[in-house]
Design a protein around this ligand. Structure first.
Ligand code: UT7
Length: 342
């Protein structure tokens, strides 16, 4: 049998032919579009500034009766449909989000109910914009350990609920949406070749939401002080994003003994076009290798890589056996990368 021209790091472990494949992807974005021109009427900004500094042209905003759980459920249903897997067969739902419907119960439990995945265990995990890649790492562990056969990993956000719409530094950047992937064992195939995740809690203050947790519960003062909105040091986040994404991508490629030129499609976290281009340049990735959709959606945090993966698949540019590199960065700080054989 011909050896594949890359190393499958999982093969060196005692997984006895087991592998974790993404057998379905799906995404959902709300219908309402908020353009840069709309934002010009809300804060002191311009389409020109937003476009040149970020690459974003518009973003989606959830309706009042749309929440993280409902967007997550729509994305999950589409991923299950593509996978031809009934919701009743799902063993586990992992929802990555920083905007859960409520502090508890977990949004994953609300999704379980909404899609009718009666048998599934369900929990949320939070790694901000790296959430979907963290979710893939966790999900594949359950598959490889033979604990579960079918895991649904979702990245979903209603960031419009925590954006300060009077702060031009942040409100132009974010949007709402959800993406999902169905993971299953596929004997003797490749699928998720490697995942790499990391964190640096020392830099947690670069991007955070001060109130609403146990440290600063909601009070009249916290609301008056606008502490229930996200805060970001843009410049430092930018710098750290470029470094962390380059490093995470390199680690993942190295584990598979792959050169970047072998990757058909690089799907980065969609925060800023300049971040994506800087990471691509450092990695030596050509523009045609990149998948970028942030001009339509802005930064959707945990949903960003999941939506982009779904759209890359739907675009028809990926063929069976192509190699995909996912790479992300977010609050925490957190970062992650994954190499997938499609
Ligand atoms: O999801 C992962 C975490 N987040 C990120 O990765 C975001 C990372 N950071 C960024 O994308 C960029 O730093 C920003 C897009 C947020 C900002 O771009 P920048 O090139 O770093 O701009 P800046 O912060 O240096 O601001 C330049 C100027 C400032 O004015 P002064 O102080 O030079 O007079 C800002 O007040 O641009 C001003 N500015 C704006 N002007 C018009 C900031 N936001 C806006 C705006 N419209 N929306």
């Amino acid at each position: 049998m011909m050896k594949p021209p890359f190393k499958n790091p999982r093969a060196s472990h005692n997984f006895q032919g087991r592998s974790c494949s993404i057998v379905g992807v799906g995404s959902y974005v709300p219908a309402k579009i908020l353009t840069n021109h709309d934002l010009e009427k809300m804060v002191d900004t311009s389409d020109e500034w937003i476009t040149t500094r970020t690459g974003i042209k518009e973003r989606r905003i959830a309706a009042e009766n749309e929440w993280t759980s409902t967007m997550a459920a729509r994305a999950a249903e589409r991923a299950l449909k593509m996978a031809k897997v009934p919701a009743a067969d799902v063993d586990l739902i992992i929802t990555a989000t920083i905007t859960p419907d409520m502090p508890f119960p977990a949004t994953a439990c609300l999704v379980q109910e909404e899609i009718g995945a009666r048998r599934a265990a369900a929990f949320d995990m939070e790694a901000a914009c790296s959430g979907f890649i963290y979710g893939l790492e966790i999900g594949q562990q359950f598959i490889m350990s033979r604990t579960y056969n079918t895991v649904l990993v979702i990245g979903a956000e209603k960031l419009s609920s925590i954006v300060d719409w009077s702060d031009r530094n942040t409100c132009v950047l974010f949007g709402d949406g959800a993406g999902a992937a169905v993971l299953q064992n596929r004997e003797n195939s490749h699928g998720l070749l490697t995942t790499f995740i990391g964190a640096d809690g020392e830099k947690g203050d670069l991007l955070y939401m001060p109130a609403g947790g146990s440290r600063c519960p909601a009070t009249r003062q916290s609301v008056d002080g606008r502490l229930h909105y996200l805060r970001m040091d843009g410049k430092q986040s930018f710098k750290n994003a470029v470094q962390a994404m380059e490093s995470a991508a390199r680690q993942a490629l190295q584990r598979c003994e792959l050169d970047i030129s072998r990757i058909k499609c690089v799907i980065p976290h969609q925060a800023n076009r300049r971040i994506i281009d800087a990471v691509a340049e450092r990695l030596g990735a050509a523009p045609e290798q990149l998948f970028v959709n942030l001009e339509k959606y802005g930064n959707t945090s945990a949903a960003s890589v999941a939506i982009a993966l779904d759209e890359a698949v739907a675009s028809g540019r990926l063929n069976r056996g192509d190699l995909i590199l996912l790479v992300g960065f977010g609050a925490g700080l957190t970062w992650g990368a994954a190499v997938i054989e499609w």
